[in-house]
Design a protein around this ligand. Structure first.
Ligand code: AMP
Ligand code: MG
Length: 433
């Protein structure tokens, strides 16, 4: 694919959908070679990617379990609304008990094993307790299901093995481990778990105007905010960020920085990919033998985004011969959007994840949006999830360098390139971070 040597007409660029399809295909291919694995403690597993099938170490649940505080019974007997003698009691932690005699009920707590013979649990709130008087003497306590309540077989019981059978697959390799997955692994007795090594992602910000965040910018200079932002995004996507020193807008500085990055699994270069006089990233990478999957997409922000691969130096020990790289436009909102849409799925593939994104959702538009057609737009927006339907509106912004606007947003509103405008109340797509 040709590189942009001069400002390109929009027609020469890929549409967003074409670029996304390209990335998805490449991610699919990269996902075929699995990353190296390591064992970590469960406590250190959050945010890591499972590298083995998690299997149930016993039937789940291991015994028929009551989901309510109440009375285990036979549904058919209880539904006759006659008093049932209380034959016993089980609390959570008690071993399985029974059998339940005919015409009887069994007091039971949430999480306790259901006694043999019982086929339903009546909720505590649905019974009337009494003592039967026999010949003036108080006999055993009874419970009676109160009309009009009825009960069906199986109600309030989770049968042994209903969630999974011993040895059955619970989670496939490639699952991102969050709190729920860790809880499941813990319930199966895993103190350690096998995960994929996190891909190492080199982050190279370029620009003569950039100074490190600890420095006070001189007039005309700005701090390098994008490296810190991308490091956070890389971590969240399952990668291990590696921030390189800022590269200058010279071929020499870029050459040295890219040579340094050669051991990374993925390279993100920010800035220097537009068609300006000092935008040297593409020519430098081309000189180093890079291939280009796309150079520019009909989108805003992020139009100059570049996706390519770079052969690794000979003798390099890295598995696979080339390193994937992205040239992300320098403005922070452009870098963030293009990372989410294109770099994150590739990173997810390198991390061994089966769910690779990007993630979109539907929301109702609170206000009309007007934009010129031609480019697919991803505009910083604020979505509220408090009501029955998520509602989204644009955040006022001063263009793609507006970090303050981006920090007030929690998603990006997708404005399709064909219409360019969206009506208030319409259902719109949002890109989730
Ligand atoms: P470029 O893509 O190099 O033309 O940069 C576009 C704009 O983004 C310029 O105004 C840069 O100053 C700004 N920019 C580039 N890199 C960074 C960075 N690492 N952090 C913050 N702003 C940046
Ligand atoms: Mg620049």
């Amino acid at each position: 694919m040709s590189r942009k040597s001069a400002p390109m007409s929009n027609n020469a660029l890929l549409s967003y959908a074409q670029a996304a399809a390209y990335v998805a295909k490449r991610a699919e291919r990269l996902a075929r070679s699995k990353p190296v694995t390591e064992r970590v403690t469960l406590a250190a597993a959050a945010g890591r990617v499972l590298a083995e099938t998690l299997r149930a170490d016993s039937d789940l649940p291991p015994f028929a379990r009551s989901t309510r505080d109440g009375f285990a019974c036979r549904a058919a007997e209880a539904s006759a609304h006659r008093p049932l003698n209380l034959a016993g009691a089980s609390r959570a932690g008690d071993p399985p008990s029974g059998p339940l005699p005919r015409g009887a009920a069994w007091e039971i707590m949430t999480g306790a094993p259901v006694p043999r013979g019982a086929d339903a649990v009546i909720m505590l709130e649905h019974v009337e307790s009494a003592h039967v008087e026999v010949g003036g003497e108080r006999s055993a306590p009874t419970v009676r299901l109160l009309p009009p309540c009825t009960i069906k077989k199986g109600e309030n019981i989770v049968l042994r093995g209903a969630q999974a059978r011993k040895g059955g697959a619970l989670l496939p390799a490639g699952t991102l481990l969050g709190a729920a997955q860790i809880a499941l692994a813990a319930s199966c007795g895993c103190r350690q778990i096998t995960v994929y090594l996190r891909p190492r992602v080199a982050i190279l910000s370029t620009g003569d105007e950039l100074v490190p965040i600890a420095a006070k910018p001189a007039p005309g200079q700005i701090r390098n905010s994008s490296s810190a932002m991308l490091a956070a995004m890389v971590s969240a996507a399952g990668g291990q960020p590696w921030i390189l020193p800022i590269a200058r807008d010279t071929a020499r500085s870029l050459d040295a920085a890219i040579a340094r990055a050669a051991t990374a699994d993925l390279l993100l270069v920010t800035g220097g990919v537009s068609a300006g006089k000092f935008d040297l990233v593409e020519p430098t990478l081309a000189r180093l033998g890079a291939r280009f999957q796309f150079t520019g997409v009909r989108m805003q922000p992020g139009k100059p985004v570049v996706f390519g691969e770079l052969p690794r130096p000979t003798g390099h020990n890295q598995k696979g011969c080339s390193m994937q790289w992205f040239g992300l436009p320098g403005n922070p909102v452009s870098s963030a959007v293009t990372f989410l849409l294109f770099a994150a799925p590739v990173l997810a593939a390198l991390a061994g994840r089966i769910d690779r994104g990007p993630r979109f959702a539907l929301a109702r538009l609170a206000e009309e949006v007007k934009a010129k057609p031609g480019l697919t737009r991803f505009l910083p927006a604020a979505c509220t999830f408090a009501g029955p339907v998520p509602e989204v509106k644009l955040v006022a912004w001063q263009g793609s360098a507006d970090l303050a606007a981006m920090a007030r947003s929690n998603c990006y509103l997708v404005v399709p390139g064909d219409s360019g405008s969206l009506d208030a109340g319409a259902t719109a797509n949002i890109l989730l971070p």
